[in-house]
Design a binder for this molecule. Sequence first.
Ligand SMILES: [Zn+2]
Length: 291
Amino acid sequence: MPELPEVETIRRDLAEAVVGASISAVEWLDGRIVRGALGPEALAARLVGQQGAAVARRGKFLVWQFASGSGLLLHLGMSGRLVVVPRRLHVADHPRHTHLVLALSSGHRVRLTDPRRFGRVAWLEPPAVVPGAMGPEPLSPAFTARRLAAILAGRRAPIKAVLLDQRRVAGLGNIYVDEALHRARVHPARPAGALSAKEVGALCRAIRCVLREALADRGTTFLDYRDAHGQAGGHQARLAVYGRAGQACRRCGEPILRVLVAGRGTHLCGRCQPSPTESPPPRPLPFGRPS
Ligand SMILES: [Zn+2]
């Protein structure tokens, strides 16, 4: 699933193509990913003639914002791709699983494909913002160790589950949660509220570093993710734990484990990230008694 670095990469590419351009035609091949009050036909009627003003991102959502103040909400689900097709690459047939093709006044086309159909598209009335409450953006100045500590305080759920919850922190998914927890040396099953202040600080820094590095590499591609030029990301070669079960930890050499935490396949190093049950914190000895 595309996470923050992948969606942000697509946002930047898409903005280059659509800001200032108008939508000249809308073609639905499969309207089942449309959500909200407007169906595919009504949505198409609203879209034609809209001029792109900006492309915004919130968590894993994109909003194609129009000069009119309205917007198009886009979520790529598990396997969605949003590709800008230049005029010279136009072909008569669209690839399999194409849902939507938007023709632009510039001659480009924006094509949405989604084989697994977990993605969604919806019309947004002004002010065209992503509906629903969401946690802070981890790359924004608002995401501080203090803010993260407040998010985690008192929570008994595994730290991994809390970081995956978009209402707590926006934009993280399975890949970057595993990477950040490894970097911060925190076991994914630790109760979120049990992390020390030092660990929360390390985790906050780790989340930001991991996301920035992945963004610099234009995202991680395992199967489906492509940027808006149709190219794979480059970060998969630099992952520390995700997808590396059985391979040596880059820090200590121990084989990377794959376990189930919060119902998700989870990658970790048993030495760098000690389990809360296998190595309980040392208990202070009772005063005055021999040990
Ligand atoms: Zn290790």
